[in-house]
Design a protein. Structure first.
Length: 299
């Protein structure tokens, strides 16, 4: 039935625009409301899931199982992949920056941290005298605590995209097509922010199209985590870690030659290649099968 999908899409997309519309009329990405409203937007896919559940008449315990809120049938595997996501994502993020530097796409300033210094000064924040030690502590905290601090907003997205939507798309279109399609939908959903240049400010509104490419590739890996475990929690951890660590990594660049975010880092072309290789390897050597889709609403 198409009705549940329509309900989910209307709620997730409609409310995402409603959440950040004040940004469009109040300073764009520089608005003081940006952080709060962007976080609020992350919960709109969960509203979509709850909207479908309200019509499904499915007991919530069963609904939670179907949409990945449990730990899946093999809890040990789920726990192992949670840890893999927790520490693997930061490794991928810094590997992407290292490769970007190795091929000459970015200059790193690990000694002076001039880009981090510039960012702090631009926000009017005090620059500590021992900036290197502070930066190291922030990176460690981002790696260790980022998935915990970001767990709730990351779940706000992941329960919708990987928890509910992905199993439906995979069941109807096959694993590979379902993964690609869910990632594309996820990317389009970001349009209220990416049309303003979010993540790729030098692209302007074209960032909305460009970011879809990243979401398709990252969606394969996040989706594999969901399908491999039957649980949404490894994808939640991966998403939360990505949001915590990626901004810290890009600030390792040189203020005299700021990184081109289109090319470098985990969300740039270098990262795309790494994520594509990882996704292909996971699907090739650790194949997954469609889970049981969530129950349909009664007619």
């Amino acid at each position: 039935m198409k009705r549940p999908l329509l309900i989910f899409i209307v709620l997730a997309f409609g409310l995402s625009w409603a959440a950040v519309l004040p940004i469009w009329f109040g300073g764009g990405l520089g608005s003081p409301l940006m952080a709060g409203l962007a976080t609020l937007m992350m919960f709109t896919p969960t509203v979509g899931v709850l909207g479908v559940w309200a019509l499904s008449r499915t007991p919530f315990k069963e609904w939670a199982r179907q949409t990945g809120l449990t730990l899946g049938e093999r809890k040990g595997r789920t726990g192992a992949l949670v840890l893999a996501a927790w520490f693997g994502v930061p490794l991928l993020v810094f590997l992407a920056m290292g490769l970007s530097a190795a091929v000459g796409l970015v200059s790193l300033d690990l000694g002076g941290l001039s880009l981090l210094r510039s960012a702090l000064e631009g926000r009017g924040a005090p620059v500590p005298p021992d900036l290197g030690s502070v930066a190291a502590i922030q990176v460690v905290l981002a790696v260790l605590a980022g998935p915990v601090l970001n767990a709730i907003p990351a779940l706000g997205e992941e329960w919708g995209w990987r928890g509910w939507l992905l199993p439906r798309l995979v069941s109807g279109n096959g694993v590979f097509a379902g993964l690609l399609l869910s990632g594309a939908i996820w990317g389009v959903w970001h349009a209220p922010l990416t049309l303003l240049g979010y993540n790729y400010p030098r692209l302007g509104s074209w960032a909305a199209l460009y970011f879809i490419g990243f979401c398709v590739l990252a969606g394969v890996v996040f989706g594999w985590l969901r399908l491999r475990t039957g649980s949404v929690w490894p994808a939640v951890v991966a998403h939360g870690s990505l949001n915590a660590v990626a901004p810290a990594a890009i600030l390792l660049g040189d203020a005299a030659a700021p990184p081109n975010e289109v090319l470098v880092g985990v969300t740039g072309l270098v990262g795309w290649v790494l994520i594509a290789v990882i996704g292909a390897a996971l699907l090739r050597f650790f194949p997954v099968r469609p889970p049981q889709p969530a129950a349909e609403p009664a007619a």
